[in-house]
Design a protein around this ligand. Structure first.
Ligand code: GDP
Ligand code: MG
Length: 737
């Protein structure tokens, strides 16, 4: 109610401070009312007390007044001044009651008034009829439909001359049921609805009471006093002065003057059109009221206490003083809401509309991903909570799998167990994964367990990780790995040597060694491919999870992954083919080593064999320091009366064993360093390196949009929030001046 800046000659002495009014004007202009509650007027009173008529006077909207269409739901009318508009624009919508089910609520929300712009006269009445239907309210007695509804009809009226105001018209309260139309339940429901609006401390109650009844006994006056004892937000409107009994007018006039002297919001008398006048039509409400004002004895009433014009001015004052009183809490609420909106906006993450924004966002994701990778590879797990997930502890996973690989290859990699008695256990330094008591031991007589401690009959699997769906086509499937064959290595070597010997004496053709080696290492391919596949699975899962942690949402991480998938696959295939290459070299190439370890091993084999032979001839000698084993010098010759053939077979066994050991250790190291570490984990070709700033820069606009673009809902939400923040910020500024 702030349109008039000029003092109105008929206005009362409590004209509002123009600066404050301007402030309020600004506050409304930035749509603050959409986000926080601002003072609103609630028109309350008994049925037929003249509420709708008074509202019509105020709003120039023809509220339906025939009894069949009496107000059956709350109608909120929001007026906004918009000087950019040439004429009034009206939009209507329904706010569904919170107790409706989702489907009905959605249907009501979807409703829009047809031709709401022309809500003058009949247009408004027919729209109200439509609303009754949409809300499913009864249209005639006993039709079984409800009479009242908790839905709210919301009318928004914008125009160049409107006052910033929100008025709510609620159904009139009533005491008696009408059979077939209203029930006891309806009485309670309406009363509760009305009370709810009255109790809102932002409400200014306009209590409408006909002047021709005993005002003191009106229930609404009682109710208003109960919810607002000091009368700070109760403005009384007296109607139907033309129906006051002759002779009783002075009493009414005195009452109004008294009430207006009381310092509370007081009373205003209005003269609306009677039923008959409405039916006749063509009667100008304001002219009728003005005419009435000039007739005795009503002309005794002071201008500020009579008529719609006075009511408007009074409302303007009331609104201003309420706002002034409530300014501190409005400010607080604006700040609170502003913070909430900003927080929500922040939670939506960075804006991602333009290609530059999307690129920036992606670069951030890449940086975070690289951080996580770096931390995972340096076991800096304490730094992020995500490392509580063991699948993200990549270094540990790979290190453990490396050990398992070495161990499996050591304990089961060989087809035949070597003959016992060869190799020196005390000086043989164990490599990674070789467990002391489990070194190859071909004895096999009393042994119930395999070299690796699993029951002999039980096979282990070449893969330790369950399959990752995406990679099914390239990864090794996993095969059972049996224990080495306990006995029969000598027979096997004898057979092969017997089948391939030539005229050599005491030596053998080196081709034989490669044939033996190939057979002896028959389980290497499964073990190696199982190992490489497991590491690929670890790496792939790591990438999936780290990406998810680095991205603002899961859609983005999965689109990045699908765009990278081809390159990732190439990378994984590369690692697999390196393992294949190494297998080929070790198993099909010429046996070769420059490692003196071969000779050491061979030496040890022979010494051990010699010592074992001498041990049979040893006897105990007593020395002062203790007993010692001794051998007669004449006995020191190693003669086992073996045939040349057997001797060569024994030599071949020892050479195969020594070479196998060197080759196995070399193979494990090479697979771990070249296939997995270089191509999968820390090397420059590791798949994690694919996600780089260079990759982001190489993306086309379309690809950027596909990965980092935002869905329409989020985009709208962001726009909405930004508008809200803009409004609230200018509102806050308006409040500070
Ligand atoms: P509501 O039920 O409180 O909304 O009351 P209405 O505004 O629908 O008015 C009920 C009846 O009283 C209608 O027929 C109006 O024409 C009539 N009425 C309202 N105000 C006045 C008034 O000031 N004078 C006369 N004569 N009739 C009035
Ligand atoms: Mg009404």
């Amino acid at each position: 109610m702030v349109s008039t800046r000029e003092p109105d000659p008929r206005a009362g002495p409590m004209l509002a401070d123009p600066l404050l009014l301007e402030k309020i004007d600004k506050l409304f202009a930035c749509n603050i009312g959409e986000y926080i509650s601002l003072p609103q007027l609630v028109v309350v009173g008994d049925q037929s007390s003249g509420k709708s008529s008074a509202l019509e006077g105020l709003t120039k909207l023809s509220f339906p007044r025939d009894s069949g269409l009496c107000t059956r739901f709350a109608t909120q009318i929001i007026f906004r001044r918009d000087t950019n508009l040439k004429e009034r624009e009206i939009s209507a919508s329904i706010i569904p009651s919170p107790d409706l089910d989702a489907g009905d609520a959605e249907r009501l929300r979807a409703w829009k008034a047809s031709g709401a712009e022309t809500l003058g006269g009949d247009g408004f009445v027919s729209m109200m009829k439509e609303v009754h239907e949409v809300m499913g309210l009864s249209s005639f007695d006993n039709d079984g439909k409800p009479t009242f509804s908790n839905n709210v009809l919301c009318l928004e009226i914008c125009g160049p001359d409107e006052e910033h105001l929100s008025v709510i018209d609620v159904p009139g309260i009533f005491k008696n049921t009408t059979p077939g139309r209203t029930t006891k339940n309806d009485i309670a429901m309406v009363r509760n609805m009305v009370l709810r609006y009255m109790q809102n401390r932002w409400s200014i109650m306009l209590t409408v009471v006909p002047a021709n009844v005993d005002i003191a006994t009106q229930e609404i006056i009682e109710l208003a006093r109960e919810v607002d004892p000091p009368g700070e937000r109760t403005l009384r409107i007296l109607t139907k002065p033309d129906l006051v009994d002759k002779g009783a007018e002075d009493k009414v006039i005195d009452l109004i003057e008294d009430q207006n002297a009381s310092g509370q919001l007081g009373s205003v008398l209005v003269r609306n059109l009677g039923q008959q006048q409405l039916e006749d039509g063509n009667v100008n409400r304001d002219a009728e009221e003005e005419f009435f004002r000039q007739t005795a004895p009503w002309n005794r009433l002071r201008a500020e206490n009579f008529g719609i014009r006075a009511l408007k001015n009074r409302l303007q004052d009331v609104l201003a003083s309420t706002v002034r009183r409530e300014f501190p809490s409005v400010r607080k609420e604006v700040n609170k809401k502003l913070k909430a909106s900003k927080d929500t906006l922040r939670s939506l993450g960075d804006e991602r509309e333009t290609a530059e924004q999307q690129q920036r966002l992606l670069l951030g994701v890449v940086a975070t991903f690289q951080d996580i990778t770096q931390q995972a590879l340096t076991t800096n797990y304490g730094i992020r909570e995500i490392f509580d997930d063991p699948e993200l502890r990549l270094a540990t996973l790979v290190a453990n799998r490396n050990s398992d690989f070495a161990h499996d290859l050591t304990t089961r990699g060989h087809e035949y167990a070597f003959k016992p008695g060869s190799g020196d256990k005390s000086t043989d330094h164990k490599g990674e994964g070789e467990r002391d008591d489990k070194e190859e031991n071909g004895d096999g007589l009393e042994q119930k367990f395999g070299d690796d401690g699993t029951p002999e009959a039980q096979s282990i699997l070449s893969r330790k990780v369950t399959e990752n769906g995406d990679l099914h086509e390239i990864l090794h499937e996993g095969a059972p790995i049996e224990c080495s064959i306990r006995a029969g290595i000598t027979e096997w070597i004898s057979k092969l040597y017997g089948d391939a010997r030539g005229f050599e004496i005491g030596t053998f053709n080196h081709v034989l060694l490669s044939t033996l080696m190939k057979k002896q290492s028959a389980k290497w391919p499964n073990l190696a491919q199982g190992y490489v596949s497991d590491v690929i699975s670890y790496v792939h899962r790591f990438i999936q999870k780290a990406l998810l942690a680095a991205c603002p949402d899961s859609e983005m991480s999965s689109s990045i992954l699908s765009l990278l998938m081809d390159e990732l696959m190439d990378n994984y295939r590369q690692a697999i083919s390196v393992a294949d290459f190494l297998l080929g070299i070790e198993r099909a190439g010429t046996p070769m080593t420059l490692n003196h370890y071969l000779n050491d091993n061979l030496q040890k084999c022979r010494e051990k064999r010699f010592q074992d032979a001498l041990a049979k001839k040893a006897f105990t000698v007593e020395f002062p320091q203790g007993d010692e084993k001794a051998v007669r010098l004449g006995d020191v010759h190693h003669q086992d009366h073996m045939s040349n053939f057997d001797h060569t077979v024994q030599d071949i066994h020892d050479i195969l064993e020594s070479y196998y050991k060197v080759a196995r250790k070399r193979f494990v190291d090479n697979v771990c360093m070249q296939a997995t570490d270089h191509y999968l984990v820390t090397g420059p070709k590791s798949p994690m390196k694919l996600l780089s700033p260079a990759w982001v820069n190489s993306l086309s606009t379309d690809q950027l949009e596909e990965i980092a673009g935002e869905d329409a809902v989020t985009r709208r939400r962001r726009q909405q929030l930004r508008k809200e923040i803009r409004h609230l910020e200018s509102g806050r500024k308006a409040l500070m001046i």
